[in-house]
Ligand binder design. Structure first.
Ligand SMILES: [Fe+2]
Length: 313
């Protein structure tokens, strides 16, 4: 059967995409950001997912402001590139996995999550920036990607609790897919930021660190956080972090934190990134995977050596 082996969360700041596209990644300002993802690229090259489920939000690229679905699942064979601001990025077309996507739709909708199904859809930096951060800039993305667009642009977005439970339903769906596939789920957006109004430029590192701690150890606490709390503590656009809870809901209750990176700022946003692995299941019980433990320690040490802003082990 298919299984979700790990979750990755990452900010999807559009300026990161522009830095890649304009060959500015070696400038000191951007080096600080990109170095934090070097070990992540090594990790995912070893993990070799067969499919990525990419949870992100559309920025009026695919849906404009006329139609805004709360949850939109990409069931197409491929997804063209579009974007706001700097325009479509010069990145490969995103190839989908229509069979698994349709299976997820069937399972999740029968579990009473009313997804919008997109048989044609374009994707923007919300999805493509995290793909670059994890996979670099290849000619083609190394595996199919199933996009799941979440409305966090126009209020009301879904609650964190709804997102967490949707993640659980996605996990159930994946685990009932007969083909033996390794799936990694991405949650994107955040961390704290506000792009307009009197509080424009707000960054709350204390909140971000606590969010990362709870994402690993106590996600149910985060699932209870109200939109008002996100806005008050993490800025108006900080509410994007409900998407990280879809990723977390799709994982085991107990996970191994493989890697974490946090830096401020990129553009006007705090950049956060975390990799969580499900524990290997033996005879129905989850236990830490020795195979994943050692590389984890290596990754963390290496990160410290590179002077990335890693919060804690
Ligand atoms: Fe965004």
């Amino acid at each position: 059967m298919a299984r979700i082996i790990a979750g990755v969360s990452s900010s999807h700041v559009p300026a990161i995409g522009a830095a890649i596209d304009n060959h500015r990644t070696n400038e000191p300002y951007w080096q600080r950001v990109f170095r934090g993802f070097e070990r992540s690229k090594e990790w995912i090259a070893k993990a070799k997912p067969d499919v990525v489920i990419g949870v992100y939000n559309d920025h009026a690229s695919a849906f404009s402001v006329e139609i805004i679905p709360t949850f939109a699942l990409g069931t197409a064979t491929e997804f063209g590139i579009a974007d706001e601001g700097w325009g479509p990025r010069p990145v490969p077309v995103v190839k989908g996995h229509p069979e698994l996507a349709s299976h997820i739709a069937q399972s999740v909708i029968l579990d009473e999550f009313d997804l919008t199904l997109c048989n044609k859809m374009e994707v923007d930096h919300g999805l493509t920036v995290p793909l670059n951060l994890m996979f670099g800039s290849p000619q083609e993305w190394p595996c199919p990607v199933i996009p799941l667009a979440v409305n966090v642009v126009q209020f009301p977005p879904p609650t964190g609790n709804r997102c967490f439970n949707l993640g659980r339903a996605i996990r159930k769906a994946v685990e009932s897919y007969p083909e033996d596939l390794k799936v990694v789920i991405f949650g994107t957006g955040g961390m704290s930021h506000q792009i307009s109004g009197p509080r424009a430029g707000l960054i709350n590192s204390k909140f971000d660190h606590a969010f990362l701690d709870n994402l690993t150890k106590n996600p149910k606490k985060l699932a209870q956080m109200s939109h008002m709390e996100y806005m008050r503590e993490a800025g108006a656009e900080g509410v994007e972090m409900v998407m990280w809870l879809i990723m977390r809901g799709a994982l085991d209750e107990q996970v191994d934190e493989i890697y974490r990176f946090y830096t401020v700022p990129a553009s006007n946003t705090a950049v956060g990134h975390i990799i969580l692995e499900n524990r290997r299941r033996v005879a129905g019980k989850a236990k830490p995977s020795p195979a994943s433990k050692k590389p984890a320690a290596k990754i963390k040490r290496a990160a410290a050596g590179q002077k990335v802003h890693r919060i804690r082990s």
